[in-house]
Design a protein around this ligand. Structure first.
Ligand code: PMP
Length: 444
């Protein structure tokens, strides 16, 4: 036992004697590596096991490849985008412009966010979903993705299992593993409209299960859980002492008879172990501004804020000013985008279902279609016989110049994700090209 200067307390830790030095260590006088040490013989891998296990985001990779081909002059139609194809509304941009001109927005904010923004997010949450939180139960993060990271880093210990309904958004398993947890996929398919039941979840639960991930409306499937099922799953989670990380980023993008339901409202018994994730990206077409948040029990939010204070400090002050204008404003811009996505998801679903071998349930929310293309796999197309959807997506990009994201990225090979966030004419042209190419397979 020794005194650990890092923790300022007595505990078991290694205290190394500093190398002889004539002064403080600074960038200019860092102790030099001994020239005789053969760095090639070190047994340490260059990249840590933790980070080398991360795979590149497949959705971003497909989008980047499609954009690069487009820039090279190819008439590529990209269905990979996970972002609205609309500009950020003017009143939000203007709020940012005003903030830019004000010196107080050039400074750090408290790590957990501008107090006014935390309060506005709490008010907006009560307005939109009925979930009541106080401002100190809100942490402003660098986008919704960062809220996902913070939530799992704060909740998980090594060995904890996380139930992850699949198809899942591609970031979830990576972040869970980075936090030392084990993702346990609970696979659903088109026959249930990609909805997991309590029985499905219960079958995957063990005594190591700590968290359930719940994303409704879902990326990638567009599935929206009906209110009764949200309540049932919430009560089940509470009954087993599980935490729920629920991602509400698509709350305003629901269609037809579907209704968005917030889990801690539908099942108040789970609220004390529930973390709600959200952000401005999808509702206000603000993907590039990088403002998201997590809301939940005050102790969890405080712990996550401590982590954030060392990782990123605060979110960009000017972007917080823009987010404040967004969440304090009305939802009319979101309603206009919703109308366009609604029209496009119906066109896309109809056109996809007309392609032999493709089965596409009608998405009830978000802005994606998630068809099964299992009926196309194994057919000869353009002289090739793709055996996986990853291969088939490559062939489609080569032959039809259409970019789709293969289901492998979402834990369910045999499917594609297609985003509706592109113009109507491009959408129809892209699916027509897809139909022509996949239709070729019919002849063999
Ligand atoms: N959750 C889900 C389900 C998403 O689809 C996304 C974006 N693709 C995010 C969170 C994160 O959004 P952002 O980081 O852009 O706020």
């Amino acid at each position: 036992m020794s005194y650990c200067p890092l923790r300022r307390q007595t505990l078991k830790c290694t205290v190394r004697t500093p190398p002889p030095s004539n002064g403080a260590i600074s960038a200019g006088n860092v102790p030099r590596r001994d020239a005789n040490i053969d760095v090639m013989s070190t047994s340490h891998p260059r990249i840590s096991a933790r980070v080398s296990a991360i795979t590149e985001s497949a959705t971003l990779a497909v989008d980047a490849k499609a954009k690069a081909l487009k820039e090279a002059g190819r008439p590529v139609i990209g269905f990979g985008a996970g972002e609205p194809d609309f500009p950020t509304p003017d009143y939000i941009v203007q709020a940012a412009q005003r903030a830019c001109a004000e010196p107080r927005f050039h400074k750090y904010t408290p790590a957990a966010g501008l107090p006014g923004l935390r309060a506005a997010i709490a008010a907006k949450t009560a307005r939109d979903s009925g979930y009541q939180v106080s401002p100190d139960q809100v942490l402003v993060t660098n986008g919704g993705k960062h809220a996902v990271y913070q939530a799992f880093a704060t909740l998980l210990d090594p060995g904890d299992e996380v139930l992850l309904p699949a198809p899942y958004w591609t970031t979830y398993p990576e972040v869970i593993q980075l936090a030392g947890g084990t993702p346990v996929p609970v696979v659903t398919d088109e026959r249930s409209g990609y909805l997991a039941s309590v029985a499905d979840l219960e079958a995957a639960r063990t005594e190591r299960t700590k968290v359930l991930v719940f994303v409704s409306p879902s990326n990638p499937t567009g599935a929206v859980y009906p209110p009764g099922l949200v309540a049932e799953i919430g009560r089940w989670a509470a009954g087993h002492g599980l935490w729920v990380v629920t991602d509400e980023i698509y709350e305003h993008l629901v269609y037809g008879d579907a209704r968005f339901t917030s889990m801690p409202v539908a099942a108040p018994e789970v609220a004390e172990r529930c973390v709600v994730l959200n952000g401005v990206a999808k509702t206000y077409a603000m993907t590039g501004w990088r403002v998201g948040w997590m809301a939940g029990p005050a102790d969890v939010i405080k712990a996550a804020a401590n982590l954030q204070s060392h990782a990123t400090s605060n979110v960009c002050n000017v972007a917080q000013a823009a987010a404040l204008a967004a969440v304090e404003g009305d939802l009319s811009a979101a309603a206009r985008m919703r109308e366009a996505f609604d029209r496009r998801r119906l066109t896309m679903t109809r056109m996809l279902n007309d392609i032999p071998g493709v089965i596409c349930p009608e998405p009830q929310g978000a802005f994606y279609c998630y068809p099964s293309v299992k009926g196309v796999l194994g057919r000869e197309i353009a002289g090739r016989r793709p055996g996986s959807t990853a291969e088939l997506a490559g062939l489609i990009l080569d032959e039809a110049e259409v970019a789709v994201v293969p289901g492998e990225a979402f834990g369910t090979p045999g499917y594609f994700r297609l985003s509706c966030a592109l113009g109507d004419a491009d959408l129809e042209e892209g699916i027509t090209r897809l139909g022509k190419l996949l239709g070729q397979g019919q002849l063999h």
